[in-house]
Write a new protein. Structure first.
Length: 367
């Protein structure tokens, strides 16, 4: 194997692929990136056995096609530290990878290509394509609510629901729920529901932009595969049953108020400074035309803020984890937010005024 390539052409796919590679691995070869060179294409593959990412780029010159696996982080750090527009040549010499650029020379260890695992090609049953911007919006609107290391392993990911002319993402950690739907021109029969693991979602969204360019998805029994331009992303699916989110959405709340989103977010952020560091609780006291936000902590410190809201109805007080409210206000696009409450023990529904493509459910706290 011997080829030369510009630093920039190598660095972009290498940075994305190295993101998949875990630092601490049970298999040494998993901390490496697989480099494969053919006459006119260079491909880089990284995997942690759950998620696999292949990036492709064009080399300047190929003297000898071939393949090798080299440490992903070290290769990336070397490329980053080289000057811009540098030309890099990489060759296999006596079982080691030798990288030369200008007057620099680096020798990297390699491991046998045969040891590098690839996620087996499952039978892709359904193929469809979506605009990249649509999928990115759906993930951005809901990914914050995914659980982290929950024993209910099916919550450590996102539900991707595809049905004819509609795609929906759902995430929940048991305390809050995020649902976002968008109409798209696809035909899926029967409807598909897949749980993509947390890491898969976070890596996939890095490959997406706000454009209308297509991302093509292949849905298999145990894998989902996405193609975007020069990248092929594969993730195992979580085998489990996602909770029935329709049942969680509160219906019939009679106390509805509308507030300025940015102002409410700032008020909650300031109040949270004096909330209990462990429980992050704030009390919301809703009255006609006004929302009073209060927090206190074991050191007897207190914060109180008032924010004007559009509301005319009975007064009510309810407690929340302030972080959950701030997260929702951070992903909503509109200037104003609508919140629907029923009583102090029932979940709140947050959305754009009059609804929208996303809705968020936050469970209350007893304070």
């Amino acid at each position: 194997m011997k080829f030369s390539i510009s630093r920039e052409a190598l660095l972009r796919p290498l940075t994305l692929v190295a993101g998949v590679v875990e630092r601490r691995q049970t298999l040494p070869v998993l901390s490496n990136v697989l480099i494969q060179v053919s006459a006119d294409e260079l491909s880089l593959t990284g995997t942690d056995l759950e998620v696999e990412l292949i990036g492709r780029t064009a080399p300047m010159q190929v003297d000898q096609p071939g393949a090798a696996t080299v440490p992903a982080r070290k290769l990336m750090d070397i490329c980053k530290s080289l000057p811009e527009q540098a030309e890099i040549s990489l060759a296999l010499e006596e079982g080691r990878a030798v990288l030369r650029s200008g007057r620099s020379r680096f020798t990297l260890s390699t491991l046998p290509v045969a040891e590098f695992p690839n996620i087996e090609e499952g039978q892709g049953s359904v193929e469809l394509s979506l605009p990249r911007g649509t999928l990115k919006h759906l993930i951005d609107a809901t990914s914050f609510a995914m659980a982290q290391q929950d024993v209910r392993y099916y919550l450590n990911g996102m539900l991707l629901e595809l049905r004819s002319n509609l795609v929906r993402t759902v995430a929940t950690d048991g305390h809050r729920l995020a649902v976002c739907s968008r109409p798209v021109e696809i035909s899926v029969e029967p409807a598909q529901k897949l749980i993509v693991p947390r890491k898969g979602i976070l890596e996939l969204v890095r490959l997406l932009d706000d454009s209308d360019e297509p991302v093509s998805l292949t849905l298999g029994a145990s894998h989902v595969r996405a193609h975007t331009g020069d990248f092929t992303f594969t993730s195992k699916l979580v085998d489990g049953k996602f909770p029935d989110y329709e049942r969680v959405v509160p219906r019939g709340g009679d106390k509805v108020f509308i507030a300025e989103r940015a102002e409410l977010r700032q008020v909650l952020s300031r109040t949270s400074i004096l909330s209990n560091e462990k429980y992050r609780g704030v009390r919301l006291h809703l009255e006609e035309g006004n929302l009073r936000v209060m927090a206190n902590n074991p050191e007897q410190e207190e914060a109180e803020e008032n924010v004007a809201v559009e509301y005319s109805g009975a007064a009510m007080e309810i407690g929340f984890n302030v972080g959950y409210l701030i997260d929702v206000l951070g992903v909503l696009d509109e200037d104003r937010v609508q919140m629907t409450l029923a009583d102090p023990n029932s979940s709140a529904l947050m959305e754009e005024p009059g609804g929208g493509d996303a809705m968020y459910v936050v469970m209350p706290m007893r304070l």
